[in-house]
Design a protein around this ligand. Structure first.
Ligand SMILES: [Zn+2]
Length: 366
């Protein structure tokens, strides 16, 4: 099936063929026409066309099953060992295609769909940009490439196996996939600058929504959760996970995340990769733990209790792209108060989370 929207035959030609042909030709022409447009626009924009052929919307059922009425297109490409210049690679699975049997392809596909469903169902957000941006993932990036990233347009996954991640580990973890897609959400909302504390907040929001997508998909309770990001995808000799949100600095041998502001790591935001853009993956442990402590204190479904608070802070327009930890802390406390009431259990939990990591808060009015 041709899923590209750049068609060689103009729609008017296909319509003419459909009107003049026999039943078989008509079906073939309509099928081509309808599969050439975005799935979500079929039913809305083809009503008049259907009427001309004496068809009802139910007659669209000849189209492939599971065509979603809403939601972004979801496409996975195979970049087959190539790097940036080869992106996105060859399309291997589109929105309505069945599983391919290539685990990386199918995991990237499922993870993107699960994450988009999360944002739509929990926060009524249509894809990462809130406007239905198509989800594009490329797998098999580079040779034994030990990372995954968001380019600003799409997700990219290496195969691992270079000594850090187990082969196939990067697409196996739903929290890693949701982490990458959340970088897109941040890009289209608060736009947190990727250096220093604003960069550490950018990383932390990706971990927070990464873990919430996992908790929701797997029915994990905040009180008993491990709060591990990327569990069981590192080479076992390194450790059990990539990050530990409730106990930063303990995920693997050499984990350098601080657990509170007393241990904050002040690094220059220069080009030296060891400095990590001013510690964006290092100091993110502090806001990560603030969230995890607050959510654990409340227990239950963290995506439903504090998910909306963190989401409102990220997307509500008040968090500056240069925000620091204190700005974020003050806003989460304020939003928890607006949502649940001043002095509510939820607001107290948020306050307690930031107190645990020693980030200064505005005075409690009580
Ligand atoms: Zn990240």
């Amino acid at each position: 099936m041709n899923r590209c929207r750049c068609t060689i035959a103009p729609p008017s030609l296909l319509l003419t063929v459909a009107e003049q042909g026999d039943a078989e030709t008509r079906d073939a022409a309509l099928r081509t026409l309808l599969t050439s447009v975005a799935l979500r626009s079929r039913r809305s924009s083809f009503g008049p066309t259907l009427l001309r052929f004496g068809l009802s919307p139910a007659d669209l059922d000849f189209l492939p099953a599971q065509a979603p009425d809403t939601g972004p297109e979801n496409s996975v490409y195979d970049v087959a060992g190539g790097e940036e210049q080869a992106l996105p690679g060859r399309l291997v699975r589109g929105t309505t295609d069945p599983p391919t049997g290539d685990a990386a392809v199918d995991e990237a596909f499922d993870g993107a769909a699960t994450t988009a469903d999360f944002y739509r169902e929990e926060f009524d957000r249509d894809s990462v940009d809130g406007r239905g941006l198509d989800l594009v993932s490329s797998v098999h990036f580079g040779q034994r490439y030990d990372n995954a990233f968001w380019t600003g347009d799409q997700m990219v996954y290496g195969d691992g196996g270079g000594g850090v991640f187990v082969p196939g580990g990067l697409t196996r973890a739903i929290d890693v996939i949701a982490h990458e897609l959340t970088h897109g959400v941040t890009q289209f909302s608060a736009g947190l600058e990727y250096r220093g504390q604003s960069g550490a907040l950018n990383e932390s929001f990706s971990d927070v929504f990464g873990i919430l997508v996992k908790h929701r998909a797997e029915g994990i309770d905040a009180a008993s959760a491990s709060w591990l990001i990327g569990e069981d995808i590192l080479e076992p000799a390194l450790g059990g996970a990539l990050r530990n949100m409730i106990a930063p600095g303990t995920a693997y041998a050499g984990d350098d995340q601080p657990a509170d502001m007393d241990a904050y790591v002040d690094l220059p935001a220069d080009d030296d990769p060891r400095n990590d853009n001013g510690g964006v993956h290092i100091n993110s442990g502090i806001p990560n733990r603030a969230f995890a402590e607050a959510a654990r204190a409340l227990g239950g479904d963290a995506w439903a209790t504090l998910g909306p608070v963190w989401y409102e802070v990220l997307t509500g327009g008040e968090l500056s792209r240069f925000a620091d930890f204190e700005d974020c802390a003050a806003l989460t406390v304020a939003v928890a108060g607006e949502r649940y009431g001043g002095g509510s259990t939820e607001q107290d939990a948020v306050r307690g989370g930031w107190e645990a990591v020693k980030v200064r808060l505005p005075p409690d009015p009580r």
